[in-house]
Ligand binder design. Structure first.
Ligand SMILES: [Zn+2]
Ligand SMILES: [Zn+2]
Length: 143
């Protein structure tokens, strides 16, 4: 898990000025993988006191553009953010509660599926989402 100092280093690495909101948001996403904007705002407010929703949106965009965060948006879900970047991992999403778990890519690099017909396109990614029910939801339905 990345500490605040690690996160500071990450910001510098990509040439972003270290600010308290950036640090708070980046640390929050490291601590809460796949968090949505609403919960990130909550964690950032705990850390910073008052911070505007727009400021958090701006920080999330800057961090995503710089490659420090990855934005995922499973169908029917609000955008979620994670700090696990640079690998081509996928997600398992629970249809009942929306819980998300990381699934390593078997191949490791995109595109991990070969299109049966690429229609002349230069394919660089296959978006894979595994849908199902998480252990908690499976458990509660069995009872
Ligand atoms: Zn579930
Ligand atoms: Zn993930």
């Amino acid at each position: 898990m990345a500490t605040a100092a690690d996160c500071e280093g990450l910001l510098r690495q990509v040439g972003l000025r270290v600010t308290r909101p950036r640090l708070a948001v980046l640390t929050a996403v490291h601590e809460h993988p796949h968090a949505d904007t609403h919960s990130i705002i909550g964690v950032a407010r705990d850390e910073l006191g008052e911070v505007s929703v727009q400021a958090v949106y701006d920080v999330l965009r800057a961090l995503t553009d710089s490659g420090l965060l990855r934005r995922i948006e499973p169908a029917g879900s609000v955008p979620r953010y994670e700090a696990r970047v640079g690998d081509n991992h996928h997600h398992a999403v629970c249809r009942s509660c929306g819980a998300i778990a990381d699934v390593d890519c078997v191949v490791g690099v995109a595109p991990c599926l070969d299109a049966s017909n690429h229609h002349g396109y230069e394919i660089d990614e296959a978006e894979v989402v595994f849908w199902g029910r998480c252990p908690e939801c499976k458990e509660s339905e069995a009872r």
